[in-house]
Write a protein that binds this ligand. Structure first.
Ligand code: AMP
Length: 115
């Protein structure tokens, strides 16, 4: 468990409304949404950045993708959502506890990597 705000949210130390929870991750609404649906999937085990993940994290990384799909279905956006992982401050990462952004509910430019 990392000592970042997401570590504290995932452990329950900071109370938050979980949209989804299982043994390995939680999902919460982003406090500063960039789309009508903007949910964060946060592993309970803290990995600072995606590039810090190790072979031991393989199952967890797969689990996070499956959980993101389940959360998207739960929210009714399974036909059109985008998953984003920011890796490093140069890419806009501000919380150094790996997390997936689920973004949906607005039009995304076709064929673009971002926006
Ligand atoms: P990133 O820039 O990828 O590190 O994403 C961090 C995200 O966490 C941003 O979209 C923030 O708006 C969001 N955020 C920061 N603190 C909180 C919080 N306490 N609860 C929910 N979302 C948060």
């Amino acid at each position: 468990m990392s000592d970042t705000i997401f570590g504290k949210i995932a452990s329950g130390e900071i109370p938050s409304e979980f949209l989804y929870e299982d043994d390995h991750c939680v999902a919460i609404n982003d406090i500063n949404p960039q789309a009508p649906v903007h949910v964060l999937v946060i592993p309970k085990r803290g990995i600072p950045r995606l590039v810090d993940a190790q072979e031991d994290d393989r199952d967890l990384l797969g689990h996070l993708l499956l959980a993101a799909g389940k959360v998207a279905e739960q929210l009714g956006v399974q036909e059109a959502f985008r998953l984003v992982i920011n890796n490093g401050s140069g890419a806009g990462q501000t919380v150094f506890h790996l997390h997936l952004h689920i973004l949906a509910g607005r039009a995304f430019a076709e064929g673009h990597m971002a926006g």
